[in-house]
Ligand binder design. Structure first.
Ligand SMILES: O=c1[nH]c(=O)c2ncn([C@@H]3O[C@H](COP(=O)(O)OP(=O)(O)OP(=O)(O)O)[C@@H](O)[C@H]3O)c2[nH]1
Ligand SMILES: [Mg+2]
Length: 201
């Protein structure tokens, strides 16, 4: 395999997939390269449902194998919110800093030990005429009271990774890509697909 299509319009995800696959000589195309492809409505109630909805719809439209990523943040003190609504938590315009601000406000007064959270990522691989398969990954952490760092995207500046002593946005991209929910799911996907030179991602 020397090229892979990721069914996403999210620039932050696109960068991460480009870096991870690129380091193995696999070229990444995303929906940002195909502006004529319409948006797919994410009507599912779980990451898995949404990943499958996106992958199936785009594989059908493009007539090719694609990988879709549905991901988000689950905060325990908020009963798992923002969850599948992570991209649009503060409104349909998908504003990362407004979403983060909303989570911080909802957590106001919640003690450090009760601010546990995780990122979750479900990857769905779909190809015309084949059964769609999914791979799931997580990354545990806790939500700080203020943003720190400028790398990454989304909620990364407030997501503190205990083992690293840093927020996701303070980690260099190559570090995030070793420990993230997306990396976790990709490792599982990679085991069951023939990706590149067989040496893994
Ligand atoms: O801090 C973060 N670091 C991450 O690594 C990360 N991964 C996901 N997220 C959040 O979850 C939403 C995905 O929602 P989502 O899967 O529907 O994607 P999206 O709508 O942005 O693009 P698309 O892939 O659907 O085209 C994103 O927008 C972010 O808010 C992350 N936040
Ligand atoms: Mg989306």
């Amino acid at each position: 395999m020397n090229e892979v299509i990721i069914a996403t319009k999210n620039k932050g995800k696109a960068k991460e997939f480009e870096r991870i696959f690129g380091s193995k000589g696999i070229q990444v195309k995303t929906l940002l390269d195909f502006p004529e492809i319409p948006d797919v409505e994410e009507t599912g109630l779980t990451f898995e449902e949404n990943a499958i909805i996106k992958a199936d719809a785009i594989a059908k439209l493009m007539g090719k194998m694609v990988i879709a990523d549905d991901s988000g943040l689950e905060v325990d003190a908020l009963e798992g919110r923002p969850g599948v609504y992570s991209a649009r938590y503060a409104g349909a315009e998908k504003n990362d800093s407004a979403n983060t601000e909303k989570v911080l406000q909802e957590l106001a007064g919640v003690l450090e030990r009760d601010r546990t959270a995780r990122f979750r990522c479900v990857l769905a691989v779909a190809a015309p005429g084949e059964k769609t398969v999914v791979y799931s990954g997580t990354c545990e952490g806790r939500i700080l009271t203020e943003p720190r760092g400028t790398n990454g995207f989304g909620y990364d500046p407030v997501f503190f990774v205990e083992g690293k002593g840093k927020t996701m946005a303070e980690l260099p991209p190559e570090e995030k890509n070793k420990i993230s929910h997306r990396a976790d799911a990709l490792k599982k996907l990679e085991k069951s697909l023939d990706l590149g030179n067989g040496e893994g991602l």
